[in-house]
Design a protein around this ligand. Structure first.
Ligand code: ZN
Length: 257
């Protein structure tokens, strides 16, 4: 195994990978936190054949980058996940695990050196694979019912300032009321359609169910972290519409026309 990126300092080959489906080239990056008490146990878990999980890259808190799986291979980081109509996220993506104990073991701020390393690695991957800004995502975006990583402390705005990911300044918080669990009708269907146009996996059923609430929470965690309550208030919806407006393709323009 040879490193795919100049930023790689160490190689720690994991046996947990397979073929990308139909030889698909990656056009997404999915960011994770390790969610384990320490870096060493996370790294050995990702290389343990019994765990059946892995990622292409592992970024330590001091910024050291280890490659575990060649980019050409399908690493097993996303699990059951979907984005933009793509249900095999592992075949479509490159996965990066970022060391942090996570919500279960003492969630804490990501050190600057670690974020600088993530930015450098992402820019390198983006340039080599031509990955669009709105396809750099968190695990919680592609698996909102199961996952909360990399979480609300992840500095998406710092990444965006460096040219990584899709971001607009969130609409400031206002009235906390909005569409919430149990709501039904055309306004819910319109909200679901907007979330789906952006890429989230949610059916436009018109019923604000638990899956819809999980998607709204995931959206807030990434794009409007000031309040993560699963309620589609005006600030959440305005932020979502601005993001769609800022999409590089025509899908958003068609829906908003
Ligand atoms: Zn994850």
């Amino acid at each position: 195994m040879t490193p795919d990126s100049l930023f790689v300092l160490d190689l720690m080959p994991s046996p947990n990978h397979g073929e990308r489906r139909d030889g698909r080239a990656p056009d997404m990056i999915v960011l994770h936190y390790t969610g384990m008490p320490d870096a060493a146990s996370a790294l050995s878990w990702l290389c343990d054949p019994g765990s059946e999980v892995s990622a292409h890259y592992f970024v330590d808190e001091d910024g050291r980058i280890t490659q575990l799986v060649p980019e050409a291979r399908r690493a097993w980081h996303a699990g059951k996940a979907a984005w933009g109509g793509e249900a095999d996220v592992n075949s479509a993506s490159i996965g990066i695990e970022i060391v942090n104990p996570g919500h279960e073991f003492g969630y804490r701020a990501f050190p600057d050196e670690q974020i600088e390393a993530v930015i450098g690695l992402c820019l390198d991957i983006i340039l080599r694979h031509g990955i669009a800004p709105h396809r750099v995502l968190g695990h919680s975006d592609v698996a909102p019912l199961r996952k909360t990583d990399p979480g609300e402390l992840f500095p998406w705005v710092v990444l965006a300032d460096a040219g990584v990911g899709h971001y607009v300044p969130p609409q400031p918080l206002g009235d906390p009321a909005g569409l919430a669990l149990g709501a039904e009708g055309p306004a819910v269907r319109a909200l679901q359609a907007l979330l789906s146009v952006y890429g989230y996996d949610v059916a436009a059923s018109g019923a604000f169910d638990e899956a819809t609430e999980a998607v709204v929470r995931a959206f807030q965690r990434h794009f409007r972290p000031a309040r993560i309550d699963g309620v589609a208030d005006a600030s959440t919806v305005r932020t979502l519409k601005r993001l769609i407006d800022a999409l590089p393709d025509v899908a958003g323009e068609m829906l908003l026309a």
